[in-house]
Design a protein around this ligand. Structure first.
Ligand code: NAG
Ligand code: NAG
Ligand code: NAG
Ligand code: NAG
Length: 180
């Protein structure tokens, strides 16, 4: 009787440990977990003939602008390797932003879509909320595809320059992701 109880106890303890191990060890995808850091640039036009970022909809009868509650902004910026306008295109930054009640905070969701040779067809999915007028905005990386499957991490976005007359803004996007 005593032996049998001890055996049952042992079984429970061992199976408990195995279950905890299975839970703690992350599900392993192809290869080793690695970290990639990169800096890319978004060439953003918030107006003019080649606008790549515009308010699309807002509350009826209210102003539709990035500083007004409820405005939905749609963005599809060319992404370049370097800061210059002539720098090689390596992808696009595509997504939306919805301005919050205070006109400052915005909910942001966008994909970094790569078209360069190294990451062609792969994406990094970004989501977050931040004060859009802060010098450095930080968002979470919630997932990815292709070379960035299982991605987790963060991005920072900084407005390097803005030219009011041409609506041109240069955005620096630093990406730090862990992926397989
Ligand atoms: C990526 O950047 C982070 C934060 O600066 C740093 O700690 C890490 O070592 C970098 N990783 C690689 C692979 O360069
Ligand atoms: C808009 O894009 C067209 C086609 O790429 C280009 O010829 C034109 O110079 C651009 N206009 C401005 C104001 O950037
Ligand atoms: C990226 O892939 C597409 C097809 O999926 C191909 O047409 C294009 O040439 C590729 N670009 C690079 C830079 O390899
Ligand atoms: C982004 O990366 C650049 C280097 O590529 C660095 O100079 C800059 O300080 C970084 N920005 C932030 C907010 O970490």
């Amino acid at each position: 009787m005593a032996t049998r109880t001890n055996f049952s106890m042992l079984f429970l303890v061992v199976s408990g440990i195995v279950m905890v191990m299975l839970w703690v060890l992350p599900a392993k995808a192809d290869g080793e977990l690695r970290e990639t850091n990169m800096t890319v640039y978004f060439q953003d036009y918030s107006g003019g003939p080649n606008a790549s970022s515009l308010p699309m909809v807002g509350f009826p009868g209210k102003i539709w602008s990035v500083t007004d509650f409820g405005t939905l902004l749609v963005t599809d910026d060319r992404m370049t390797e370097g800061p210059e306008l002539t720098s090689a295109t390596i992808g696009r930054g595509q997504g939306i932003s919805v301005t919050g009640l205070d006109g400052l905070n915005a909910y942001v969701s966008f994909s970094i879509v790569f078209t360069n040779e190294a990451y062609n067809g792969s994406t990094i999915e970004v989501q977050g909320n931040s004060n859009q007028f802060k010098a450095v905005r930080e968002y979470g990386v919630v997932s990815g595809t292709g070379k960035f499957r299982y991605a987790r991490g963060y991005v920072t976005v900084e407005t390097i320059s803005y030219d009011r007359s041409t609506y041109y803004a240069l955005l620096r996007v630093n990406v730090s992701v862990r992926h397989y």
